[in-house]
Ligand binder design. Structure first.
Ligand SMILES: Nc1ncnc2c1ncn2[C@@H]1O[C@H](COP(=O)(O)OP(=O)(O)OP(=O)(O)O)[C@@H](O)[C@H]1O
Length: 296
């Protein structure tokens, strides 16, 4: 995969998708979809069930190879490969929680930060001094992320023992520990209660400014999407039927028709689609470090 060589921004990566098409056998999952995520922007991808949101997300992550179209990162051609994305500053969260079950919470977040370490696997294996320093730094950074998300008390716990909302916070802490320049959020509000979603919304809106990353967000929770996104792309049957600011999208008749006309699981704009649940701890306790601090 070619490394992005174009102009970079302190507010995050620029992602451009052009005419992306995906076919699964006889089924067209995406048909000529274009999308731009500018540095500093939070861009949402919405649409009824089966519209192609996850497929588009998987194309960006390299899990699905498009049958047509191109991707660019900061103006350079991108052919995503999942295992190399973090090295390019592109980090994703998974639907659900997606933590490594055999590692503690702290180790999970350290694993997220590993791509920021200077030493390689063999230095660590040989216990060279630099590897020791790296591990100390990773541990401190991971603890700082856990504290930031209010879940440091779970550092020694295994993921299988965590309440769902805590697991989601840990997953976000792990993603941010990797210092992403482009963060791909796959249904981050899924299964969260109202208070957690409120705090998640606050976090997402601060990410470009405070963590120096742009954000692509796939989400069913319309209130969250409308609140945090700078721009929104709407998919329906694999095609992009609308794109614009939240107000433009909300007022677009094609969008209303796509949702209200969908036979299964219509999602009226503004409707709460996730069950409420109590939040035990605040999602974020303090401001994220600036891009400069994070890089120091
Ligand atoms: N691996 C696959 N093989 C065959 N068809 C697939 C595959 N993945 C997705 N599809 C189909 O592609 C279309 C788009 O699916 P996709 O999961 O991207 O939609 P979505 O908008 O994410 O839906 P949801 O909101 O329900 O998650 C659907 O018709 C789906 O059945």
């Amino acid at each position: 995969m070619k490394a992005p060589s174009g102009e970079t921004s302190a507010a995050g990566h620029r992602l451009a998708l052009r005419g992306i098409g995906v076919r699964f056998g006889g089924l067209t999952a995406l048909d000529g979809v274009s999308l731009d995520v500018a540095p500093g922007q939070v861009v949402g991808v919405i649409g009824p069930n089966g519209a192609g949101k996850t497929t588009l997300f998987n194309v960006v992550c390299g899990l699905v190879r498009p049958t047509s179209g191109t991707l660019e990162l900061n103006g350079a051609r991108l052919v995503p490969q999942p295992h190399r994305l973090a090295g390019l500053g592109v980090v994703r969260t998974l639907q659900g929680v997606g933590l490594f079950r055999g590692l503690t919470v702290l180790e999970n977040v350290m694993a997220g930060a590993t791509c920021t370490a200077r030493t390689g696997f063999f230095s660590g294996l040989l216990a060279l001094p630099r590897a020791d320093r790296d591990e100390r730094r990773l541990r401190e950074e991971a603890m700082a992320q856990l504290e930031r998300f209010g879940v440091a008390g779970y550092a020694a716990a295994l993921p299988g023992t965590l309440p769902y909302a805590v697991g989601k916070r840990v997953a976000l802490a792990r993603a941010l520990a990797a210092r992403p320049r482009l963060l791909l959020l796959d249904e981050p509000a899924g299964g969260l209660g109202a208070q957690d979603i409120e705090e998640l919304a606050e976090l997402i809106t601060t990410l470009p400014r405070e963590a120096g990353c742009s954000v692509m967000l796939v989400e069913h929770h319309m209130d969250l999407v409308m609140r945090v996104c700078d721009r929104i792309a709407v998919l329906d049957f694999g095609r992009r039927i609308a794109e614009g600011t939240p107000d433009e999208v909300r007022e677009n008749p094609a969008v209303t028709e796509a949702y209200l006309g969908a036979e299964a699981d219509p999602i009226p704009l503004g409707e709460e689609t996730t069950p409420p649940a109590p939040a035990a701890v605040p999602f974020v306790r303090e401001a994220a470090p600036s891009a400069q601090e994070a890089a120091a």
